[in-house]
Ligand binder design. Sequence first.
Ligand code: SF4
Length: 421
Amino acid sequence: MNVHDTEKIAGVLRGEGYAFTDRPEDAALIILNTCSIREKAEHKFLSRLGYFRRLKRKRPGLQIVVSGCIAQQEGEKFLIDNKDVDFTFGPQNIVKLPELILRDKRKAAVEENPALAETDLPAIRNDGTRAWVNIMYGCNNFCSYCVVPHTRGRERSRPTDSILNEIKTLSDEGYKEVTLLGQNVNSYRDPKNVTASFAQLLKSVNAIQGIERVRFITSHPKDLSPELICAIRDLEKVCEHIHLPLQSGSSRILSLMNRKYSYAQYLDKITELRRHIPGISITSDIITGFPTETGDDHEETLAALKEIEFDGIFAFKYSKRRYTRASEMEGQLGEDIKSDRLKTILELQDVITDKINRRLKGQTTEIIVEGESSSDTNHWTGRTRTNKIVNFTPDEKINKGMLITVSITNSFRHSLEGRPD
Ligand code: SF4
């Protein structure tokens, strides 16, 4: 979501006559688009800000701007505490960037923007093959650990016609793959026709000529409907991959997290997905060390990983986020225990991912070519429909964006090796 917000910030700036530089030392304006989902992201941001602050001391005309969730969360206070930041704006106020640049007075643009879903902003996308497309903004779920509903506001879906127009334009520009973006995509409803569900949106996107693959992220387990499972199964461009955050294998912890499903209910969804779409790749998120998590709760998460066998997970230590209910809960755990549990989870998942990837050896699969490998100029990289990276050496001239078939010759924990057929 933040990467695509940055593309939109760049699009708005280009409309104002700005050009881009890779060298902060040459910049007239530096925007730090921030994430506050975890403590680590905030620390990284503060260290970058320190560097840019030193640049500004040498060049007082430099404008430093902070956008994104930290800007939203801190509001005016951030400007009071950081005198050398010129202005801030939250994720709902990218549209105000041109007027903010021209203002004399420092301002934090963090107000709710009810028109957000109806405002189509230009975006600068550099990939040429794969594009992010927002279909909705905000979230209504209020998971007890999560700051998103407080920074990105309530859920608002974009009208289907403007989403489809954007994707048709991307197709005309040569894009082959779109990823539909939202905090909770499967609760999408067309604001002009609230009976039109996410599955129906997928059907319309699937019909756009030139687009070869459709992905979406992120889905909430409670909103994963039978209709959506059938849409993934039946629509030929919708890829056989779903990212479905579990967060914990303990139903007690899930309830404290306000996730609105038990482990058994989650498992039922996985069973249905695999029954309808054999071979679907399923990835997930896990938070370890949530307040009051016991050794038994942790064991339940490990048991869940073994039972489900995700293709991959993103696992994180719980960190307190301001405004969230979990940050006020008793039973906060120490860093050592969280680190130990995270290590166990990641080690177990490595074994599982390795086992799943080994099974792919000898199989033939379609990949979309993403470009030359950054580490080895003889190698190219592509991605399967199941979202796995395949490195290969082409035996004839190929281009980014081509769909080719490869045989999987080797497997590693985070990638596969293939040979073009
Ligand atoms: S569903 Fe929960 S974790 Fe996801 S953005 Fe909404 S509140 Fe945060």
